[in-house]
Design a binder for this molecule. Structure first.
Ligand code: C2E
Ligand code: CA
Ligand code: CA
Length: 741
C-alpha cells in the first residue's frame, strides 16, 4: 500500500526535475531549487528499501538493508552537496566538496558490496573473473578518456586536481557497479527478483551520467549535474523496491516472463535517453566538443551493449532455468524450493494433501489426475489470495500443496483453513470430469523458526488420524515424540515379555452374568509405567510389528481359553474374543495362524470371536477375503465400534458378521432425547432381522443397562459389570458362578 505512494512520490520528483532543467536552460531561478527533488528522491528510495527489508527475511532482508545503507549515504551526499552549493559563491562549474564526494564514493561502494555479497548471485570463479575484467576494461577506458580533459577542466573551471581525481574514481566505481549488477543478473539464481535488479542497474549509470551532465549544465549556475540525476536514482530505487515487494506474491508464470523481457530493455533505453539528452544539450548550446559527447555516449553504450548481447544469448535459457528452479511445471505455482526459501517470511504455514489422490489418479487416468492438480492449484491460489494478497502458493510435489500467509494477518486470514475445508465440498472440473477432492490440512502459525517442520508434523498427524485439519501445538509434538519412542521400543518389549492380556467380561442382561470375555492387551514397561493400547497398537500397525504381536496375542488368548476349559468345563465361557487390527487382516497367513493356534491348544473355533472394525473391511479386497476365510474356519466375527465407521449397514451384507458391538458413544446417549436414542433403537431391530447378536459396549450405569434391556439388548460390556481383569480373576468369577449354579 505505502509502496504505491513511494512510486508516485518518486515519479513526481523525477518529472519536477525534468521540468526544472527544461525551464532552467531558458530562464534562471534560485540555485537551491533543483536540490529539492535531488534530496527527496534518494530519501524516498531509502524508505522504499527499508520497506522491502521489513517484508523480507534472511539473505533478502540483508540485501535490502545493505542497499538502504548505500542509498542512505547517497542521500547524505545530496544534502552535503546542497550545503556546498548553498554556502559557496561560484560561477560556471558548481562546487563539490571533498566531504560530498567521499559520501558518494561510500554510497557506491556499499551498494556494490551489497550486490557482491548477495548469495547465489553467480559467484563462480569464471563469472567473477569476467566481471573483474570488464570492470578493469571500463575503468581504464574511462581513466584514459577523462585524463585528456583534466588539464582542460582545471584551466576552465579552476577545479582542484584532487577533487577531479576523486570524481573520476567515483565515476569508475559507478560504471563498475553497472557491470557488476548486469553480471549478477546474467548468472543470477539470487533471491532478489531479476526485475528488481534490472531497476537497480540504471542507478549505477546515474553516477557517470552526473559527471557528464555536470559539465554540460555548467553554463547555468542554478542547474547541476548531480541534482539532475539524483531524482532518477530515487525513482529507480523505489521501482526496484516495488518489484521486490510485488515478487513476494508470486506472479503467474506468463506475466513473469513478460516482465523480465521488458526488463531487458531498461538499461538500453536509459542509456539511449541519456545520450539523446546529451546530444540535445550539445546541439543547443555547443558547450562540448563532438569527441567529448560522442566518446562518453559511446562508452556508456558499449558497456551496456556488451552485456546486453551476452544476455540476449542466454535469455531464453535463463528464463527456463530460473523457472524450473523456482516453479512447478504442471501448475505454474511456486515449487518446494521457492516455498522453502520464502517460508522464513511467513507467519502461517498451511500444508495440504489431497485425500485419496492416488486412487483418483489410478481410476481416472494420469491426464485427469494432472488436470485435477492444476484445477486444485487454481482453487487454492484464489482462496489464498483472497485471504492475503501476498500469499505464496506452491505445489510441493505429488499431491501436496503449501500456502504461506504473511506476517501481517488480516481479517480474512484467520479461518483460511476452515474455508479450505468448506471449498472441498465443491467438485472440481478436471478434463471433463466433475471430481470431489477432499483434503488433509496441517497448519502451523506464529513467529517460529521451524514453522515449516511444524506444519509438516501437523499434516502428518492429520493424515495418520484420518482427521481433516490438524493445527500444530506443543501436545502434538509430545504425542509424536512419544510415538517415536514407542516405535523404537515395541520389539524389545515383545521379547522382554512386557505384554500381557486382560479379559473384560461380557454379560447377559438383565442379571449381568458373565457369558464371554474380550481380551485386551496391556503393556507394562520394566519401570512400571503402563502404555495404553490406544497409544501403541496404532504404532505397531504402522511399523508392521502388529503381525508378530498379533500372533503372540492369538496364541496367548487360545492358551488361556484352553486353560479355562480345563478348569471350568468346556461351556463355562461361550466365547473368548480377540481384537484383530486392519493391518493384520491384510496378512493372508492370518487364518492359518488362527487355525494352528486353536488346534495347538485344543480350542474349538466356535469358541473364538475375532473383533474387527468396520473401516478395516470397508474397502473389501484382501481384508474381506481374510475375514471370510476366518469365518469359514468357524470363528465368530464381531464388528467392533459399530456405527462409528462409514457404510456400516452395507457391510452387513458383504461381510460374514455374527455379532455387532454397538459403540460406547451411542450407549452414552441413552436416557437422553429420542434422537439420541434413535441409533441404539434402530440397531437392535436391524440385528434381529439379520440374525446377529448385539453387544452394547461401555455400559457404566445401571440406568443405561436397564434402558438397553428395555430396547431389546441382551448382551453388554462395561465398567458397570467389570473392568478388564487378569485371567486369575476371571477364574475366580467362574468359580463363583459354578457355586451359584
Ligand atoms: P476396543 O476393542 O473397543 O476395546 C474396548 C475398550 O473400552 C477397552 O479399552 C476397554 O478397557 C474400554 N472399556 C470397556 N468398558 C468400558 C466402560 O464402561 N467405560 C469406558 N470408558 N471404557 C470401557 P482398552 O483396553 O484401553 O483398549 C482400547 C483399544 O485398543 C481397543 O478398543 C482396541 O481397539 C485396542 N486393543 C486393545 N487390545 C488389543 C489387542 O489385543 N489387539 C488389537 N489389535 N487391538 C487391541
Ligand atoms: Ca474390541
Ligand atoms: Ca469397541
Amino acid at each position: 500500500m505505502h509502496n504505491r505512494w513511494f512510486v508516485r512520490g518518486a515519479l513526481t520528483l523525477a518529472l519536477a526535475d525534468i521540468l526544472l532543467i527544461a525551464l532552467g536552460v531558458r530562464a534562471g531561478f534560485p540555485k537551491l531549487m533543483v536540490w529539492l527533488p535531488a534530496v527527496g528522491g534518494p530519501v524516498l528510495a531509502v524508505a522504499a528499501f527499508r520497506g522491502a527489508a521489513a517484508l523480507t527475511e534472511g539473505a533478502l532482508r540483508t540485501f535490502w538493508r545493505r542497499v538502504s545503507y548505500g542509498m542512505g549515504a547517497v542521500a547524505a551526499a545530496a544534502v552535503s552537496q546542497t550545503v556546498d552549493v548553498g554556502t559557496t559563491e561560484y560561477s560556471g562549474m558548481p562546487p563539490i566538496g571533498a566531504r560530498t564526494l567521499l559520501l558518494y564514493v561510500i554510497g557506491t561502494i556499499l551498494a556494490i558490496s551489497a550486490m557482491l555479497r548477495l548469495p547465489g548471485g553467480g559467484r563462480s570463479w569464471r563469472q567473477l573473473t569476467t566481471a573483474v575484467l570488464d570492470v578493469a576494461v571500463v575503468a581504464v577506458a574511462a581513466g584514459i578518456a577523462s585524463s585528456q580533459y583534466v588539464g582542460w577542466f582545471i584551466d576552465r573551471f579552476g577545479v582542484t586536481a584532487s577533487a577531479w581525481w576523486l570524481n573520476i574514481a567515483m565515476m569508475a566505481i559507478a560504471v563498475a557497479g553497472v557491470v557488476v549488477v548486469v553480471k549478477i543478473m546474467a548468472a543470477s539464481r539470487s533471491p532478489v527478483p531479476r526485475a528488481a535488479l534490472w531497476w537497480l542497474a540504471p542507478v549505477g549509470l546515474c553516477g557517470p551520467l552526473s559527471t557528464v551532465l555536470m559539465s554540460v549544465l555548467s553554463p547555468w549556475p542554478h542547474l547541476n549535474g548531480s541534482a539532475a540525476v539524483l531524482p532518477f536514482v530515487g525513482l529507480f530505487g523505489v521501482l526496484a523496491a516495488r518489484a521486490q515487494v510485488r515478487h513476494l506474491g508470486v506472479l503467474p508464470r506468463s506475466r513473469r516472463a513478460a516482465a523480465s523481457r521488458r526488463g531487458t530493455a531498461i538499461p538500453l533505453v536509459a542509456t539511449g535517453l541519456t545520450s539523446l539528452l546529451l546530444v540535445t544539450v550539445f546541439v543547443r548550446t555547443g558547450h562540448l566538443t563532438v569527441v567529448q559527447v560522442g566518446g562518453t555516449t559511446l562508452l556508456l553504450l558499449l558497456v551496456v551493449a556488451r552485456q546486453a548481447v551476452a544476455l540476449a544469448e542466454n535469455a531464453a535459457l535463463l528464463d527456463t532455468v530460473a523457472n524450473q528452479a523456482m516453479h512447478d511445471d504442471l501448475t505454474g505455482l511456486a515449487n518446494r524450493r521457492f516455498f522453502a526459501d520464502a517460508v522464513a517470511g511467513a507467519r502461517t504455514v498451511v500444508l495440504i494433501d489431497l485425500k485419496e489422490f492416488r486412487a483418483l489418479n489410478d481410476g481416472l487416468g494420469p491426464d485427469v489426475g494432472d488436470a485435477l492438480l492444476v484445477a486444485y492449484g487454481a482453487r487454492l491460489s484464489a482462496l489464498a489470495r483472497s485471504a492475503d494478497e501476498r500469499a505464496v502458493v506452491a505445489r510441493l510435489g505429488g499431491d501436496e500443496f503449501g500456502v504461506l500467509l504473511s506476517a501481517e494477518p488480516d481479517a480474512g486470514q484467520g479461518d483460511f483453513a476452515g474455508r479450505l475445508l468448506a471449498a472441498a465440498d465443491e467438485p472440481l472440473q478436471a478434463a471433463g470430469h466433475e471430481v470431489l477432492v477432499d483434503v488433509f490440512v496441517g497448519v502451523a502459525e506464529g513467529d517460529f523458526a521451524d514453522l515449516y517442520r511444524r506444519a509438516e508434523l501437523a499434516l502428518r498427524a492429520a493424515v495418520a488420524s484420518g482427521g481433516r485439519l490438524v493445527r500444530y501445538d506443543a501436545s502434538l509434538e509430545r504425542r509424536l515424540s512419544r510415538r517415536a519412542t514407542i516405535a523404537a521400543d515395541l520389539r524389545r518389549a515383545l521379547t522382554a515379555g512386557e505384554f500381557h492380556m486382560l479379559y473384560q467380561p461380557i454379560v447377559e442382561l438383565p442379571h449381568g452374568r458373565m457369558v464371554a470375555v474380550e481380551s485386551l492387551i496391556r503393556w507394562t514397561r520394566s519401570d512400571g509405567t503402563v502404555v495404553p493400547p490406544a497409544d501403541f497398537v496404532p504404532v505397531a500397525e504402522d511399523t508392521g510389528l502388529i503381525v508378530e504381536l498379533g500372533a503372540w496375542i492369538i496364541d496367548t488368548v487360545c492358551a488361556q481359553a484352553a486353560a479355562w476349559r480345563r478348569a471350568h468345563g468346556p461351556d463355562a465361557l461361550r466365547s473368548v474374543a480377540v481384537n484383530v487390527s486392519a493391518r493384520q487382516l491384510l496378512d493372508p497367513g492370518l487364518p492359518d495362524l488362527v487355525a494352528a493356534a486353536l488346534a495347538r491348544h485344543g480350542v474349538p473355533a466356535s469358541q473364538l470371536t475375532v473383533e474387527i472394525t468396520e473401516t478395516a473391511v470397508f474397502g473389501g479386497g484382501r481384508a474381506l477375503a481374510t475375514v471370510t476365510a476366518l469365518s469359514e474356519l468357524g470363528v465368530a466375527i464381531a464388528l467392533d465400534d459399530f456405527g462409528t465407521g462409514h457404510s456400516s449397514l452395507g457391510l452387513l451384507r458383504t461381510c460374514p458378521v455374527d455379532a455387532i458391538k454397538v459403540d460406547k458413544s451411542f450407549v452414552d446417549g441413552l436416557g437422553g432425547t429420542p434422537q439420541q436414542e434413535a441409533i441404539v433403537t434402530a440397531l437392535t431391530g436391524i440385528a434381529e432381522t439379520m440374525g446377529l447378536r448385539t453387544v452394547a459396549e461401555g455400559v457404566e450405569t445401571a440406568a443405561q443397562a436397564r434402558r438397553l434391556y428395555e430396547l431389546g439388548y441382551r448382551h453388554a460390556q462395561g465398567f458397570l459389570f467389570a473392568r478388564p481383569l487378569p485371567a486369575g480373576e476371571i477364574d475366580a468369577m467362574l468359580d463363583r458362578l459354578h457355586l451359584a449354579a
